[in-house]
Ligand binder design. Structure first.
Ligand code: ATP
Length: 517
């Protein structure tokens, strides 16, 4: 079983993540978080909110921000006036090129299918035989210049072509846009060439209708990102929150995208949660703030336990940038299915505010009225946008935590979450179900649960109870035994090392809370 299969199976077994509406066969691209998963994802979102909004001053001190700034929160509605999405460019431009395979009925994003041609291996001057077949291989994110990914595609294509022998594969860009090349292309899992349709533009926004009438005038969209709710409220926040530049507005919440090809567990879903910041600053300071946010967002994942060698900060090439973006970087994680984006950080200039000012007719310029400045200046601030996904971050923390090891000759699976993210912080066990131990354990359980989430378990051998908690990622297990009944001490077992210490009952809370900071 590969790592992803093992993780999906653990997620189901321990109540982290289930397919949505599973009893009816599920719904592609939708997932439900079970009792463990909901705690884990809440902790991810809470860590983000605490670090980015509530206690951002501390983060700022660590990373040496260019100057002091305020951060405020927002919770805007999912349905908004559709003109928001006209202004933002989503109605006309938020689409992916889609192709269908007429034989297998599979649907692909054209930019994620990598098309290969076969050439003779000894050929230096690469030209493809006019009639030779081409092979399409499904990729993630369409990063065709990435050597590792290319190697992966080649491996896949070789599976299709039984005897590659003296031939080698080369990649052919934009092949699907060309009718003749399309006719010679074999789609993944197809038996003959020419089954792929011409790429068609497919808008990713889910449309719905507001009110009883179902016509164009009542059309609305489920938001495909939380960011536009922030821009639409920029003036409200400026007028009411007494914020001065530079400052940020943060929002987390659901977003919906009718993804052509949802896959890789929760990585690419149709309903997901975003954690977004729009950070407004003076245009001349934008480059510095961009660097600040890029580095500080990378550090955030490291501080929560992501292995440094699996987390990359990838600066976009100039030809990858959107026309309005000055610079952009992705925080990428080495998932078992490949290196993929967790978060994007972009300097979006004043594009969004300018668009909304033009479309709404409202003056969204910021009035710089610092007392010492004689001349008041009105201008549109620049914006730095760190845009993260709560589900992708949660999946990365799960992949990062998944460990198989051996303790005293016994194999186990353990989720080594940072204690701050662990769904349950401690499990309380009476060693046996007699001699007053369950009552004592229950009273400790009741005391601890006022401080952090805990669970109580009296069923089965102690070793099995430990294994269950290891799979749930619980950092501490507290066992009540014969000695507890005499001197009010317990054993505290640490998840990663399995080391046990003896501790007075009244020191348990302090000991655990220290690890949660
Ligand atoms: P991708 O290239 O993977 O489609 P994107 O560049 O379109 O992503 P953004 O529009 O920048 O993504 O969205 C910001 C963040 O929201 C992403 O970094 C990701 O964490 C999250 N996100 C976007 N689409 C999805 C999705 N379909 N499922 C889960 N999370 C998503």
């Amino acid at each position: 079983m590969d790592l992803m299969d093992k993780l999906v199976s653990l997620a189901k077994r321990r109540g982290f993540i289930f397919p949505s509406s599973e009893i009816y066969g599920g719904l592609n691209g939708c997932w439900d978080y079970g009792p463990m998963g909901v705690e884990l994802k809440r902790n991810v979102k809470e860590a983000w909110w605490q670090d980015m909004v509530a206690r951002h001053d501390e983060t700022q001190a660590i990373d040496g921000a260019p100057s002091a700034f305020s951060m405020v929160g927002l919770d805007s509605s999912i349905l908004m006036n559709p003109r928001v999405w006209e202004a933002s460019g989503h109605v006309s431009g938020f689409s992916d090129p889609m192709v269908d395979c007429r034989e297998t009925r599979n649907r692909y994003r054209a930019d994620q299918l990598v098309i290969f041609g076969i050439v003779k291996d000894n050929q230096n001057n690469i030209s493809i035989d006019e009639n030779a077949l081409l092979f399409a291989s499904p990729g993630e994110l369409g990063k065709t210049n990435d050597n590792e990914l290319l190697a992966h595609h080649k491996k896949q294509a070789k599976k299709t072509i039984k005897a590659l022998g003296e031939f080698k594969l080369i990649q052919i860009p934009n092949a699907l846009a060309d009718e003749k090349l399309r006719a010679r292309t074999i789609a993944p899992s197809a038996s003959k060439p020419g089954t792929l349709t011409e790429p068609r533009s497919f808008n990713l926004m889910f449309q719905t209708h507001v009110g009883a009438l179902k016509d164009n005038s009542s059309a609305a969209y489920l938001r495909p990102e939380t960011a536009q709710g922030i821009f639409a409220n920029f003036k409200n926040v400026c007028d009411t929150a007494r914020v001065r530049l530079p400052f940020g507005i943060a929002q987390l919440g659901k977003a919906f995208r009718n993804e052509i090809n949802p896959r890789n567990f929760t990585f690419r879903s149709r309903e997901f949660e975003q954690m977004e910041i729009e950070f407004f600053c003076k245009p001349e300071e934008a480059d510095d703030w961009y660097l600040y946010w890029r580095n500080s967002r990378y550090e955030w994942y490291i501080n929560l336990g992501i292995q440094k060698d699996k987390l990359h900060l990838r600066e976009h090439e100039t030809d990858e940038l959107a026309h309005y973006a000055k610079s952009c970087a992705d925080v990428e994680y080495e998932f078992p299915f490949g290196v993929s984006e967790l978060e994007g950080i972009a300097n979006r200039s004043n594009f969004d505010l300018r668009q909304h000012m033009e479309h709404s007719g409202k003056d969204l310029r910021y009035l710089d009225d610092l007392e010492q400045e004689k001349e008041k200046r009105r201008f549109l601030p620049y914006v730095i946008e760190p845009s993260a996904g709560a589900d992708r971050a949660t999946l990365a923390f799960m992949c990062n935590a998944y460990t198989e090891d051996e303790i005293s000759g016994e194999k186990r699976t353990v989720m080594k979450f940072h204690p701050k993210l662990a769904p349950i912080k401690a499990a309380i066990f009476p060693l046996v179900k007699k001699d007053g131990m369950p009552d004592k354990a229950l009273s400790i359980y009741r005391q601890l649960r006022t401080h952090f989430p805990v669970s109580y378990d009296e069923k089965g051998a102690i070793g099995r109870r430990y294994r269950r908690q290891d799979e749930a990622g619980t950092p501490f297990c507290v066992t009540i035994d014969g000695e507890t009944m005499k001197d009010d001490t317990v054993t505290l077992r640490e998840r990663d090392t399995c080391e046990q210490i003896r501790l007075p009952i009244n020191e348990i809370v302090e000991h655990i809370v220290e690890q949660l900071i």
